[in-house]
Design a protein. Structure first.
Length: 202
């Protein structure tokens, strides 16, 4: 079984990503008991920030998967293995999101959140490079160069974000890295240019 149906890969990816996004919403719980208004605002600000950033990362994974499925001339068994590794990492996002919100003062919880985000990013970079190499064997195209450039940019941004996030955790600024992860899709789009991404994905 050398090649896999891209339609089936897309279907399972969409299903797992949809479930992960739904689980994020289920974590938006109303606090129990009587608490101060200031505590309510703090609770909801942390909760909504973590939800927004995690949802943005899940959306970026979906966009990446769509881009890869459109550009890949075929879907090999190796690509399928990497895809399932990414879906496994995506499924952890709701858990580490909840962990970071409930234990935001604990360095381990923040590092766990950032590591899961980094793993998602590295897997995306790996898949991007695999597809770029596969395209390059068949033809020389703008898609090949775009995917290579995108993978290089993603890796650099993710490493920088992780370093800032870990430093922020030790400096008691736990949501610094979380916010940067949320902005990472916009940074990638900005540096690559929207028109290039739309041309390749279209």
């Amino acid at each position: 079984m050398s090649n896999i149906s891209k339609e089936r890969v897309g279907a399972i990816s969409d299903g797992v990503i949809a479930v992960a996004a739904t689980l994020l919403v289920l974590e938006l719980k109303v606090p129990e008991g009587t608490i101060e208004q200031s505590e309510v605002m703090l609770h909801w600000s942390r909760l909504m920030a973590a939800w927004l950033i995690s949802f943005a990362m899940i959306a970026m994974v979906w966009f990446d998967n769509h881009l890869f499925l459109v550009k890949a001339p075929r879907w090999t068994a190796r690509m399928t293995i990497v895809t399932f590794a990414q879906l496994a990492a995506v499924s952890l996002i709701p858990f580490v999101c909840d962990l970071a919100v409930d234990h935001y003062q604990e360095i381990e919880a923040i590092i766990a959140f950032n590591l899961v985000m980094l793993i998602n990013g590295i897997i995306s970079v790996t898949l991007s490079r695999m597809i770029a190499a596969d395209i390059g064997r068949d033809e020389s195209s703008v898609g090949d160069q775009y995917l290579k450039r995108r993978a290089q940019l993603q890796l650099r941004i993710y490493v920088v974000i992780l370093a800032i996030a870990v430093a922020g955790a030790f400096l008691h600024r736990p949501f610094l890295g979380v916010l940067l992860w949320g902005f990472s899709p916009l940074m990638i789009r900005y540096f690559l240019g929207d028109s290039a991404a739309d041309e390749i994905a279209g």
